[in-house]
Design a protein around this ligand. Structure first.
Ligand SMILES: [Ca+2]
Length: 344
């Protein structure tokens, strides 16, 4: 969702995991066998994952959610929930329709905890056609808390929109799902947080600045998330393409992803900001992703959303960089997952 801003725009599994059962009566539980200064690149089959999307004015999120449902089919991840970071008249029904189309009726839906713009989309209506009207969405923070509290394995999170729900999660208090505060729950139950957003080395990126609340949210989350975050900056996925190969194959323009791309106004796919994050995060930056990571420090101006990423050997967070200059390799890898599930 970067239409309004034209910024054109490993590690083995560390062998750490959360305790098998989480005694909720304890106040502060940290997974003690995890190195809190390192990434947690979990490639265990069926690892749990939550997506947090804006999926409104741009269409790359749609490709991202398709990759996630395809990964779920293959047992690469266990997609637990999809949260919105924007509001809209029918966005929850649209997501319900999309998840039903993908064969994922049990994936939870989270309603944005913050009233963020923009609240329209060129493809929500067509997605809604596939809904059964039984949305039953949770408030996004409640959705996070429920999934985290009930999980006995670490839950990865990938965000492809604003991180306002995550700010609210960190600030959340104990509730019917858990006796832990938000930050304690994150410490105890979260795996790796992957954030799509940011301009490298500095600049403004839609996900960090477009909505007012997004600016303070990314500042808060980058300061207080208890583990290193892995950022996919817009120069990485933005140079790639997702959906073009699907659209070339889908002559009848039948598949819901194809239809969404067309409704957005493209016949040749879209910049792959968001799908790149889901693809690489889902695979935990495995060898096939041809990615490296480096440590950075992140500075956000909460007034403007302007970001600065500084290379630092002891940096708090990480970002990815490409190990291959072959765009077609990445494009084909991502599109293969779109095509695998397409109804042509
Ligand atoms: Ca997005």
């Amino acid at each position: 969702m970067r239409k309004t801003l034209a910024i054109i725009i490993f590690l083995p599994l560390l062998g750490c995991k959360a305790p098998a059962t989480m005694p909720e009566s304890r106040n502060h539980i940290v997974s003690t066998d995890r190195d809190t200064q390192e990434l947690y690149l979990n490639n265990a089959p069926g690892k749990k994952m939550i997506l947090d999307v804006d999926m409104c004015t741009d269409v790359d999120d749609v490709c991202a959610v398709r990759i996630a449902t395809a990964f779920d089919d293959e047992g690469i991840i266990d997609l637990q929930g999809v949260a919105f970071s924007v509001v809209g008249e029918n966005n929850l029904e649209a997501l319900r329709g999309f998840l039903l189309y993908e064969g994922k009726p049990d994936v939870l839906i989270g309603k944005s905890s913050v009233d963020n713009i923009p609240d329209t989309s060129p493809y929500w209506e067509l997605m809604q056609e596939y809904s059964d009207g039984e949305v039953n969405a949770y408030d996004a923070v409640k959705m996070y808390r429920k999934i985290l509290a009930e999980s006995d394995t670490p839950v990865d999170i990938v965000t492809t929109g604003y991180v306002t729900n995550l700010e609210m999660l960190l600030k959340s208090e104990r509730d019917e799902y858990s006796a832990l505060t938000g930050i304690e729950l994150v410490e105890a139950k979260c795996g790796q947080l992957y954030i799509v957003g940011g301009s490298y080395p500095e600049g403004r990126d839609n996900n960090f600045f477009f909505a007012e609340e997004a600016r303070t949210a990314i500042d808060h989350v980058s300061r207080y998330w208890p583990y290193p975050i892995l950022f996919f900056t817009n120069d990485v996925g933005g140079k790639l393409r997702c959906g073009a190969q699907l659209q070339a194959l889908d002559k009848r323009k039948n598949d819901i992803v194809t239809r969404s791309l067309i409704a957005f106004g493209t016949e040749t796919g879209r910049h792959a900001w968001d799908p790149f994050g889901v693809w690489a995060g889902g695979l935990a930056l495995g060898e096939a992703t041809k990615l490296g990571t480096k440590r950075i420090n992140v500075e956000i101006n909460p007034e403007t959303g302007y970001n600065k990423f500084t290379n630092a050997p002891n940096g708090q967070h990480f970002m990815v960089y490409r190990l291959s200059d072959d765009d077609n390799y990445y494009n084909t890898m991502m599109d293969s997952w779109l095509i695998k599930k397409a109804k042509l």
